[in-house]
Design a protein around this ligand. Structure first.
Ligand SMILES: C[S@@+](CC[C@H](N)C(=O)[O-])C[C@H]1O[C@@H](n2cnc3c(N)ncnc32)[C@H](O)[C@@H]1O
Length: 187
């Protein structure tokens, strides 16, 4: 996408930023109970004004601004914003696989670096074991945000979907493949 003019765009930088501030505040509140994000992507980052806010808000996250305009990105790259920049058309873009993200963060400061992934095929006993597993982890913040009939309704729907995705085997066990990322880094 061409034609974006950084100087013209930045003439009203203050008012233009207001919606982004509102959105980040809202997102931060919604994500309050979740672990702090490790990676944040600003899609259509332009000159990086919103990227700066994201980097300030989540200082421990690896923040990446993605935009298709070379001119807008040049302005972003020349700034002091603590982020990485990526030129890409959003229609073709997908977030990098996590291992590469960790490599980019650690490689500059590590003398020794090993990264690998394994998929563990957990063999679980009992009824709805995958639901019981995820109720303590990824599904927990969603359940915690609801109560009463809404919580019960979500749980019932989730239970039915999970039972279809992870059916009990003939021997009564449920197989739950779980991908883990391992990193060994030394200075
Ligand atoms: C209005 S600016 C917003 C910049 C920034 N988010 C901000 O709030 O200051 C829109 C940006 O989105 C980018 N953009 C629009 N469509 C895009 C696409 N399909 N792929 C990548 N970037 C795109 C443009 O290059 C431009 O820099």
């Amino acid at each position: 996408m061409g034609g974006w003019n950084p100087s013209q765009y930045l003439k009203y930088a203050g008012p233009r930023l207001r919606p982004a501030i509102d959105l980040i505040e809202r997102a931060a509140r919604a994500l309050d109970a979740a672990p702090a994000p490790g990676a944040v992507f600003d899609l259509g980052c332009g000159t990086g004004n919103t990227t700066r806010l994201l980097a300030e808000h989540w200082p421990a996250a690896a923040v990446t601004g993605v935009d298709s305009s070379t001119d807008m990105l040049a302005r972003a790259r020349s700034s002091d914003i603590g982020a990485s920049w990526m030129e890409a058309e959003l229609g073709d873009w997908a977030p990098p696989a996590p291992p590469e993200t960790y490599y980019d963060i650690l490689a500059p400061v590590a003398r020794h670096l090993e990264i690998w992934e394994s998929v563990y095929l957990h063999v679980l006993d009992g009824d709805d074991p995958v639901v019981e597993w995820t109720k303590a982890t990824g599904f927990r913040p969603l359940l915690d945000a609801l109560d009463g009939a809404q919580r019960d309704g979500l749980l019932e729907d989730y239970r039915a979907r999970i039972a279809k995705a992870y059916p009990k085997r003939a021997d009564g066990k449920t197989l739950f493949p779980f991908r883990r990322l391992f990193i060994v880094a030394g200075r």
